[in-house]
Design a protein around this ligand. Sequence first.
Ligand SMILES: [Zn+2]
Length: 57
Amino acid sequence: MTRNASKPSRTPTERVGISCPGCGRHDYVTWPGGQDTYHWKCFNCSKEFDLTRKRPH
Ligand SMILES: [Zn+2]
């Protein structure tokens, strides 16, 4: 019943599990909702990638 003010509704984000194409490290990223790709820099191997969201189909 109470509105959660700390939860932003303007830009819904998703916690998505990814694995680094470079070093295979698994991580979770905050993926903006409605975005098919996510530019991500691996903190482990310092490479940058455009990750593609996994689709259910
Ligand atoms: Zn990496």
